[in-house]
Design a protein around this ligand. Sequence first.
Ligand code: NOJ
Ligand code: CA
Length: 927
Amino acid sequence: MTKKNAAQRIVDDPLWYKDAVIYQLHVKSFYDANGDGIGDFAGLIDKLDYIAELGVNTVWLLPFYPSPLRDDGYDIADYRGVNPDYGRLSDARKFIAEAHRRGLRVITELVINHTSDQHPWFQRARRAKAGSKARDYYVWSDTDTRYAGTRIIFIDTEKSNWTYDAEAGAYYWHRFYSHQPDLNFDNPQVLKAILSAMRFWLDLGIDGLRLDAVPYLVERDGTNNENLPETHAVLKRIRAEIDRHYPGRMLLAEANQWPEDTQEYFGDGDECHMAFNFPLMPRIYMALAQEDRYPITDILRQTPDIPANCQWAIFLRNHDELTLEMVTDSERDYLWEKYASDHRARLNLGIRRRLAPLMECDRRRIELLNSLLLSMPGTPVIYYGDEIGMGDNIHLGDRDGVRTPMQWSPDRNGGFSRADPAALVLPPIMDPLYGYASINVEAQAHDEHSLLNWMRRMLSIRRMHHAFGRGQLKLLKPNNRTILAYLREHTDADGEAQTILCVANVSRMAQAVELDLTAFAERVPIEMIGGAVFPPIGVLPYLLTLPPFGFFWFLLASSTRLPSWHAPLPEPLPDYITLVVRKNLTEILSNPSRTTLEREVLPDYLPKRRWFAVKQARRLEVRIDQATALPGAGPALILSEVEVTSDQGTERYLLPLAELPDDETAVRPRQLALARVRRGRHMGWLTDAFSIGALAQRVLDLLREDATLPVDDGELRFIPTIQLAEIELPADAEVRWLSVEQSNSSLVIGDRIIVKLIRHISGGQHPEAEMGRVLTERGFANIAPLLGEVVRVSASGTPYVLMVVQSFTHNQGDAWQWTQNMLERALRSAGGSEQPEHSSQQTDALQEFAQFATVLGRRIGEMHNVLAQPSDDVAFAPQATTKKATRCSSDWMRRSICSKARLGSKMQRSASGYTGCWGNARYCIKR
Ligand code: NOJ
Ligand code: CA
């Protein structure tokens, strides 16, 4: 993909956050442009194309404000500035503009619960008089025993939520580090000051604000000081300010709470637009650990509906530890044991690890979890580096181990910075498994199969379907509990409905699952990553098999998209009429059976056949015509034509008939049965004789005999070519049906001979038979030789070709499908790769096609040579052409190929911007 193509536009939609995919990063760890060892805004701008090309549309920046950095910037010392290590305010402003230019929205942090103790507000407060407005910016107490029922969050470092300040001579309240005093929202000045800071960034063009630690804004005696109504009142004030002055901007709540408490941060659609789904995240890991979907389905069922203008944010990992606050104690122990057996990986109530190490570098599990992240209800948040499977360093302090420099290349410092390694903001990962020498963007960009390119593909698929961001969730309940299956259903504003079926195997074993999809009977599942079409859904449970940790996303498309290889089961008649026969089956051609067949059976039977051309026809009148028994040993066989007259005109079809005993067990003849047949007390079936092997054998016998049979109008001729005599088949040669019910019906005998019934018959030569006969007789080797044909010649001399018999050529499918697959492969590799080197697959595919076309062209030339031989047959005698006629037809051909090439290059350009191959095609043709 070129830079030009990567640029998307900002979609002007107030609900943009519903279709967002957020990429979360830290400026200091992303890219260092000035070589001082610390990432900066200039570096981030340099890497914006990478972010846009990944396929996300929103960037979330961790705090970049002036700060003593004792909580990595969440300890803010100035709400309106930029940490000088990262750049200046003008750099931040430029970054916002550059992001927007690439269609990327920007989310920043609004940390309102607390400041750094270095913030001027706190310095002023501690010196101010007790009870003064300035002092009351923070929460003070003379003792450290107030609000005793409040939990401590950073239990590994803090022993109390109060810390004594000698200057103030009082204790101040803090829910996090002791150097992060909590602001006092009971002081109206505080909210005013915070709103002013918020406006400052919104005026710079920020699209969304992550509200850090919002459950703890207000304190009240006798409560646990979380989720208080007073806190919600503050948030509603903030939201009102947004709605009034900044419509279209978004608030995202960080509330690490149970679903019922988190839900309240949406209010009635008048608080935060989004909130992180904290309870879901650890349960995804739990489901994988227990190989059971239950932790996920259980929490999803507990997750309440949210207002229509609101949205969950979902994530697998972020800059913090994998918090296990929202699980039970026993679940926490289990997850710790499973994912953090090394105690150094544990921090507070969580696990400080990145996604790839949690998944033990297992690509299948990493992909599975990402497939859930990208398909579950909500807006996905991807943590920088997880798209390439970056590792962590549990030897670093606090959460620094998951905040190490982005790994761009195998160069010094992983391509993050040119600085002396000792000067780096954090040491990059260097271990053999996850270090930058093996895991880096450059290497993965060159590898079509890398995690990075896989993520790009997944994101591009997600982008095309609003159902992921906006759709309703419906959980399915298959009996196999290792399978998580759900539907995402959405109807667009223009009324177009979309249903996506997601199926995930959380077990390390291959699994089969039966899904109840009867509500979608006749829909065709299209696998969304590869585009393969699966068999249509029927009324029985839909069976799927999944490899270990495998997953599928299916679009449930309408039945027009049937796979080419799918052989649908014929639809049988609901009720069968019984015909009575005493001796010969030909009795059914006389009344009353004939009338029953013509008036009652066939008008019902024919429209159910795929080969019947006028399915919508009304007022069908059916007449059995030219019926004749085929002589020979074995079951009674009648070859008949049926003439159908309707409001669409008159047509003629071939319908051979056979009688089968009642105990016949083969499925096909039973499914194609027309009626029951009773002989005394013995019951049987009247069926389409094509469904039994005896018909083809009988036809071959009659061809070998060069037989002619009289019929009502003319005669039935079995006309062999000499090649037929050369093929010997055992009497019990196996019969294989190719297309039971397509426009024609074909079967293969003994893997040597193919017999094709021409279902829809009309008078005149049949080109396949006529041309096949001439080329076979003249010894042209590159067609399937004609072995014979069955023709009825009317009394007036008009031929009606009923069957064509050819030598069977082994093949791997048809050229139409093969060409489509090959072109799709070429377009896909053009669309999925950013580097020109990656067009090699596409070139391979097109070269393969070019070789094929060359052979095809040569064979056609050879065929024309054969056809140019002198002949007594006027239809095949060569005629001299004029120069003008030759030029005319070659001009026409060139024009038609060029217009196809133009279409091809248009398609290719839209996929890749690379026009090489089709351009070449046009050039060659012009020459
Ligand atoms: C939540 C942030 O995600 C975390 O990194 C930070 O330490 C706390 N808030 C305190 O600011
Ligand atoms: Ca720098």
